[in-house]
Ligand binder design. Structure first.
Ligand code: ADP
Length: 319
């Protein structure tokens, strides 16, 4: 059963909370060393419960967790040393100074001030917190607080970093900055697992993805092969002139959202040239267009059965 190869292995992990709520129904998952892994799922799917168990914050009801081959139930301290967890909520002491939060955290892992000096300096600089080091945490902006959480999760140089919604609430610039930082961290050898609601983030960063729904893993594959399963995409077309009615458009699935907006489902075996030829033949002029969703979002929507969009005209989407 013990798994020396994977950064993280979950075997038949179950969790039933005291109120009887079954949050995990026996999930099994393997994350390779060096991986950048996305754990996705709708609200209430069981993501935080899973992370909570790995971080020793939630007691599992059954199953086995190993981190780099160490069993969590047998060697929780050894597992903690290898693991950095960045929670969703800001949970440091707001009155503590930025630098002090990092030294205190390192102290929990048995590291001396001297041992910590270089890594704390490095993290403060790379995460743009160096000039805030003497400030109380409560004085930081939302983006800085989140970066401080990440610095705190990294201070003991974990081999596996787990981030729960790392860019929630961040503006575009901060999000892009954080993506670059995480990519660099992963390139330098740290295995990263993240949960995110921004599917664009998962598609951009992660090579492997698992989707959890109602306490079960419903998809677990390389990001590329998962996206290859997507056999149609929906495009939103903005028309130059209003259209009263459009009942069909060859084999394309269409939905007239309003007189100037058309949604068209383009299957893998169809192409945009044919679509535009059909539109041109009917005198419909398209001003501009966009993808309705990014590709992972479209797949996710279908797998967990939420949302509604134009369906293919000739066949159902099967993933
Ligand atoms: P996610 O992180 O994917 O949103 P969670 O792991 O937080 O999902 O929750 C999974 C399920 O377990 C949900 O139905 C949630 O309401 C329930 N749950 C989470 N924490 C507790 C708790 N402490 N007590 C009872 N039920 C809980």
């Amino acid at each position: 059963m013990i798994d020396p190869v994977h950064a993280l292995s979950l075997h038949q992990l179950t969790k039933t909370y005291a109120n009887g709520k079954v949050a995990l129904k026996g999930i099994s998952l393997h994350v390779e060393q060096g991986e950048f892994f996305a754990l996705l799922g709708p609200n209430g799917a069981g993501k935080s419960t899973t992370i909570g168990i790995v971080a020793s914050l939630v007691r599992p009801s059954g199953g086995l967790v190993t981190v780099f081959g160490e069993r969590l139930d047998q060697n929780p301290y050894g597992v903690k040393q290898m693991l950095g967890v960045v929670p969703q909520e800001i949970n440091f002491n707001p009155f503590e100074k930025v630098e002090h939060i990092l030294y205190t955290q390192g102290g929990y892992f048995g590291l001396s001030r001297l041992e910590l000096r270089d890594i704390v300096e490095h993290l403060l600089h790379i995460l743009g917190l160096a000039d805030k080091r003497q400030q109380q945490a409560k004085a930081l902006s939302g983006g800085m607080k989140r970066r401080l959480l990440i610095a705190r999760g990294l201070v003991h140089r974990p081999r596996l970093l787990i981030l729960d919604e790392p860019t929630a609430g961040l503006d575009v610039e901060l999000r892009l900055g954080l993506w670059g930082f995480l990519e660099e961290l992963n390139r330098s050898g740290t295995t990263i697992i993240l949960t995110t609601h921004y599917l664009e983030e998962a598609e951009r960063l992660c090579r492997q993805v698992a989707i959890i729904d109602h306490g079960e893993i419903i998809a677990n594959a390389a990001m590329r092969s998962l996206l290859d399963q997507l056999d149609s995409e929906v495009f939103v077309l903005y028309l130059c002139e209003p259209l009263a009615v459009l009942s069909s458009l060859g084999d394309f699935g269409v939905k007239l959202v309003d007189p100037r907006t058309l949604e068209v489902c383009v299957g893998r075996d169809q192409n945009l040239n044919d679509l535009f030829a059909l539109l041109a033949a009917r005198g419909i002029v398209v001003h501009s267009m966009r993808n309705k969703q990014n590709r992972l979002e479209a797949l996710f929507t279908r797998l967990v059965g939420i949302g509604e969009q134009a369906q293919p005209a000739t066949r159902q989407v099967a993933v």
